[in-house]
Design a protein around this ligand. Structure first.
Ligand SMILES: [Zn+2]
Length: 325
């Protein structure tokens, strides 16, 4: 676990009281915080919101990291085997880590939080009948089920903190509900025939389903599949025929294919601009508003609404988005 100001303070206090009582007491014994390792930044954010100062959370995948292709490092393995609990997404998001996490689950407390969502709320995967689209964070209404699963996992681990975790979860769920409402309001201001979202990979189907958008990714649900030239040609047709003026790049996926799309449209005399960079599978910079779940989704929805001719405040739901978003 990272050493924080708080754990240092607690260690210091324990040492002081041990010195006062004149005998050794193990540091942090009474008030040990829960060591949480989360695979994605979004899950880590939920754990921090709910756990407050009673958890030490470490996210394995930082800003710009693609979860579909991420493999655990030696440092990650060490952190996971030392953690009190490992929270991962599931639904085949962490495709390269799945075998490791399943095996670790036989020995340690390991919870796949998105797997707790009811199956009927999920969108089926294009290519596999028995798999689902993992990008559930794109719909705050659905994500609230994951927040509840994180709360339940923490309560299960530390029942004595149930009230504390429960109250924090309730406060965060209210923020997520407000976000859900904001996203619905600003996307509804986009003309229905302009609600077409073209992105680098298919991460936005839940966003589309919740807000009445047609969503087209150049790559499929996983970034592991290569986009073929025929897929790019097909999407160029759509851009030209439907007069779509903006497409989006993603922070965790190369923009190569999106640029090929813009060039393809330009060759046919149709100008397409980049509507901006969306946070698809990873949050924004650490320490920024966009580096939180609320900020990530606020950024995406505000950017999309403004680029497609909708009405949304420049700095987003709470006036907290970085200028120039
Ligand atoms: Zn993805």
């Amino acid at each position: 676990m990272p050493i924080t100001r708080r754990s240092l303070l607690a260690t210091g206090l324990a040492a002081a009281s041990a010195a006062a009582s004149g005998r050794f007491r193990p540091a942090l014994a009474a008030e040990a915080s829960v060591g949480v390792v989360a695979t994605t930044g979004m899950i880590a954010d939920a754990a921090r919101q709910i756990g407050g100062d009673r958890v030490e959370v470490r996210a394995l995948m930082g800003p710009g990291v693609d979860p579909h292709s991420y493999r655990q490092t030696r440092t990650d393995i060490l952190a996971m085997t030392r953690a009190d609990i490992v929270l991962w997404h599931g639904l085949y998001l962490e495709a390269q880590m799945e075998a490791f996490l399943t095996e670790l689950g036989g020995k340690r407390r390991v919870v796949a939080v998105a797997e707790q969502l009811p199956r009927e709320a999920l969108i089926h995967h294009d290519s596999y009948a028995d798999k689902f689209d993992p990008h559930v964070w794109m719909d705050p209404g659905l994500w609230s089920g994951v927040v509840a699963a994180v709360r339940d996992a923490l309560v299960d681990l530390r029942p004595e903190s149930a009230d504390f975790f429960g109250a924090n979860a309730e406060a965060h769920l209210a923020e997520v509900a407000a976000l859900d409402e904001y996203v619905a309001t600003i996307t509804a201001s986009i003309a229905p025939d302009r609600r077409v979202l073209v992105t680098a990979h298919d991460a936005f189907k839940y966003f589309g389903a919740a807000n009445d958008f047609e969503v087209m990714g150049i790559q499929g649900i996983s970034t592991e599949s290569e986009a073929g030239l025929s897929r790019i040609a097909e999407l160029v047709d759509v851009l030209v025929e439907r007069d779509i003026g903006a497409v989006f790049v993603e922070s965790s996926v190369s923009d190569r294919n999106v640029r090929a799309l813009i060039e393809g449209a330009a060759a046919r005399g149709h100008e397409v601009s980049i509507g901006g960079q969306l946070y698809s599978d990873a949050m924004g910079p650490e320490g920024s508003y966009e580096g939180t779940y609320l900020g990530m989704i606020d950024h995406n929805a505000t950017l999309i609404a403004r680029a497609l001719g909708g009405d949304a405040p420049e700095r987003g739901m709470q006036g907290l988005l970085a200028a120039g978003t």
